[in-house]
Structures are given as C-alpha cells and as structure tokens.
Design a protein around this ligand. Sequence first.
Ligand code: PLP
Length: 376
Amino acid sequence: MQYTSFNPPARTLMGPGPSDISPRVLQALSRPTIGHLDPLFVAMMDEVKSLLQYAFQTSNPITMAVSAPGSAGMETCFVNLVEPGDKVIVCRNGVFGSRMLENVERIGGTAIVVDSPWGRAVDVNKVEDALKAHPDARFLAFVHAETSTGARSDAQSLCQLAQQYDCLSIVDAVTSLGGIALNVDEWGIDAIYSGSQKCLSCTPGLSPISFSEKAVQKMKARSHKVQSWFLDQTLVMDYWSSSESNKGKRSYHHTAPVNALYALHESLILLHQEGLAASWQRHAEMHTILRSGLEKLGIEFIVPEQDRLPQLNAVHIPEGIDDAKVRNIMLNEYNIEIGAGLGGFAGKAWRIGLMGYGARKENIALCLAALKDALK
Ligand code: PLP
C-alpha cells in the first residue's frame, strides 16, 4: 500500500464547529516547535492566560486552557468540583445538558434535572423552583449556548439565582465565548469552560477554563483526590497560575500541545485586536444578514427570536427536502459544510454556523447561493 500526504480541500466551515480558521492562526500553528518549558514558551503561555482572562472578562488567576477538547473542559469542571453525594441542579435543553448530567452521574453526584424544551432557553422560573425544592443543592450547571439547538440561555440570571441559593455555577461556554456577551466576573460565574474551535476560530482540541476563588476553595476542601489524574486542577494550577514570583516553580505535568497553543495565542490576539464587544456585534450583524437571506428562501428558524444564538442558526428542513442530498451538494459542489441536526433534531434541522472568522459576509453569500441551488 502506497500512502500519500493528506491534502484536504479548503472548505468553508459553516456548521456547528470547527469553524473557519484565519490564515494567521494556521500560520502560527506551523511555526517551529520549541520545548514546553522553554522560557519563550512559558512567556507566551502567560499571554495566553491574560488573553483568556480578557475573553472571559475575568481576573480569576485560575484561567487556562486544558490540553484537550471542550468535553475535557466540561469534565475538568465536574470532576474537580463535584464529589460523590453532592447535589447538582442540571439544566437540560439539548445534547450538551445531557452530557453534563452524564458527568454528574459518573462522579456519583445526585443530579436534579430541570428540563426545558429543545430549541428554547433554559426556563429560569423552573430552575428557581428546583433550587427552592432542593436547598441542599451545591451546584447549578447549564449550557449558555446550546449548539445542538441554537438556543441561548440567560446566563446572568441563572448565575444570580445560583448565588442567591448558595450554589456554585458551572457554565458551558463552548459556543458562546467570543460570539455573544459573556462576563464571568460581573455575572459571578464560578466554573466555566469553552472550546477553541467555535467562535475563537482556532484549531479544535483545546478547552479554555476559568475558576472563581469560591470554586478554588471548594476544590481545595475536597475530602478525597480527584479520580482523574490528568484533569486534577490542583496538579496543574501551579503551572498556570504563573506570576513573576512563582515562575521558577513551573514544572512538568504533561507535554503541552505546543503548536496548538501558538494557534490559540494567535486566535486570542485576533479577538483582542477586534475587541470583544465588536466581535459580539459582528456576530449579531452577520446573523441578521443570514436570517433575511434564509427567509427569502422560505427557510424557517426553529428557535424563537428572543432565544436565538447568532452564531448557531438552527432551521427547519423544508417539507419534502432530502437532508443528506442538500448537504452533499453543498459540500461536494460548493465546498461548504453546514451541520446536520443532532440528537432529537437529526433529520429535521440544519445548523448553520456563523462563528468567529467564519462570521463574514462572503461566507453568507456563498452559503445562501449554494443552498438555493441545492434546494432546486
Ligand atoms: N458543549 C457544547 C455546547 C458544545 O457545542 C460542544 C461541542 O460541540 C461540547 C460541549 C464538546 O466540545 P468538544 O466537541 O470540543 O469536546
């Protein structure tokens, strides 16, 4: 068997992620690999941390990137914070709320599930009822931007409730970070994780996370070791909580994905250069342009306007249209990827992503033209 190098085509990625990546980020990825304890790399990691603090709008010292995808960021939050027997209110309005539930159950926590319909925001009133009914709950966990449905939840109100009822909040910001307003400190978020491959428009495989002081205290007060060695934050905190005073302490924990972190650094610089508020605004504007084009094609949104995410547009597949055929035409004839429906939406929805570098007018024009042709 003769093997040849893999040369993928240049697709326009307009699905639920990974999103289109800026050439600047791809160039950063291909720079020479240096040692992960090299002083130059350590200095770059300090910048990654401060850029992540900017992206999350936090001054939490424990703000870093887990060397693994968003699901590992999710697991990092749960395994470090939740102990067997802890009661966790889990909000479920799509696939990723179910994944949170799975984490709680595997740890041996007691999950109280608050269900809201798919395609709708988490019902804040139902959450308050659950908090009242379970005064011993220690955590409130929810997904800010449900990628499986395109629904946005009111993270600020939910975190306020968590504080009011003496719970720590665990927030999934995989799809929200960089795409819609998110203020970790102002909203009082205790544990948050994201993904590199959505609105940050970096390569997949890294998960930015951040923990509040209260969350760090909870981790430090654990009665027994975190069952996952790799994700145990107490072992990596020293590495990331760098400052002039403890730089000398940096030591080996695992081999950092050096080049992937160059890419994350570059993508965060792009976000910083644009400005967070400008990035949120651009996502909102691109959504408006896409929406009017889709409406002209007779395509309807699943999520009511007030709950809609600009970066993930879930739409009904029109009656009598062959889902796979349309997506194949778009992929093979136009090099555009849009997402299929996930979970309960499989075969019923398309998910059109406008994330990060992909949230651009030319992508929208191409997508609409391809969709129009494929629907013929
Ligand atoms: N949470 C949400 C809301 C997501 O959209 C995803 C991925 O799409 C994840 C978690 C898991 O992230 P990853 O696929 O990077 O593990």
